[in-house]
Design a protein around this ligand. Structure first.
Ligand code: NCD
Length: 311
């Protein structure tokens, strides 16, 4: 049987088989080529995407909307879903799902509660894409991160990758670590004790024979790594502002750290950065975070076209 994502939800990375990941990567590369050639694509002509964002977003929302428009489709959205949608009146996501299927062909949701995309998907018969559910998962970010690593490094197998920052609350690293586990990588997990990677995640990675070194020493990890994936301390997940203030400056990447790194280090960040990476680092040829953000468009084009069966 040929691999297809038609009609499927994209809720968490564990649901994706190797062939499906490969199909997404190949489709994204094809769309990126078409974008670079200035081709006008009409794959999603006549289709409507709904974006439901109950949490702030710049990149995820704009790149999904850009992706849909670049494929000749159209977009509807609730401006600030939390305050201006019926969620403010107490509507469940399940009911929202029941309703949106008559308004659009695909939906992307971002929501502060873990499992929220799943709940919308249970109500909706159309494909639902998880654009970030609280401290849970962010599968489309992980796919564009994987795409970026392949592009920057030419391979994924055998790489040593450091994930650093808020590994407890950061949904991007939850999804990315599980996705990369398909490719035989080694990990350094660098975080203050209070923000360590959840034990269930490290246990499930180790069960898949993935080698993980957990440390608080960023310089040590970076000296051994091909990729450093830096993350923001997730302010919105802290109940106690004093705890956030104590942890927010835990790691700062500066030019000195980059100089001490293994040569050829690729530096990534899902953005937004607060002060985890100093601006002077942007000039380093390995600083890939803006290229990474740009890759959100072709990767999300691939996802939209694939779930709609219009690739
Ligand atoms: C991330 C997110 O929303 O989880 N942002 C993004 O989608 N690029 C990372 C973050 O907010 O720190």
């Amino acid at each position: 049987m040929t691999t297809s994502l038609k009609g499927k939800d994209v809720l968490q990375v564990e649901q994706l088989a190797s062939e499906e990941i490969a199909l997404i990567m190949d489709t994204a590369a094809r769309f990126q080529g078409a974008l670079q050639a200035g081709d006008r694509l009409m794959n999603m002509a006549g289709k409507v995407l709904a974006t439901l964002f109950y949490e702030p977003s710049t990149r995820t929302r704009l790149s999904f909307e850009a992706a849909m428009l670049r494929l000749g489709g159209q977009v509807i959205s609730v401006a600030e879903a939390k305050t201006s949608s019926s969620a403010a009146k107490g509507e469940t996501l399940f009911d929202t799902g029941k309703m949106i299927e008559s308004y659009c062909d695909v939906a992307v949701i971002r929501h502060p509660v873990v499992g929220s995309a799943q709940e919308l998907a249970e109500g909706a018969s159309i494909p639902v894409i998880n654009g970030g559910d609280g401290a849970g998962q962010h599968p489309t970010q992980a796919l564009l991160d994987l795409y970026t690593i392949r592009q920057e490094k030419g391979r994924v197998e055998g790489l040593t990758i450091t994930l650093a920052g808020d590994l407890k609350n950061g949904r991007t690293v939850h999804s990315l670590s599980a996705l990369l586990a398909n490719f035989g990588v080694r990990f350094y997990f660098v975080a203050p004790q209070a923000l360590a990677m959840p034990a269930e995640i490290t246990a499930s990675l180790r069960q898949r024979s993935i080698e993980i070194v957990e440390t608080t020493d960023l310089a040590r990890a970076v000296a051994e790594s091909n990729v450093l994936y830096m993350t923001r301390v997730q302010k919105e997940r802290f109940a106690d502002p004093a705890e956030y203030a104590r942890l927010k400056g835990a790691y700062v990447v500066d030019t000195k750290l980059v100089k001490s790194a293994k040569p050829g280090l690729t530096l990534m960040h899902p953005l937004p950065r607060v002060d985890e990476i100093q601006k002077q680092v942007d000039a380093d040829p390995g600083a890939a975070y803006f290229r990474q953000a740009a890759n959100g468009v072709p990767v999300r084009m691939a996802l939209l076209a694939l779930v709609a069966g219009r690739e």
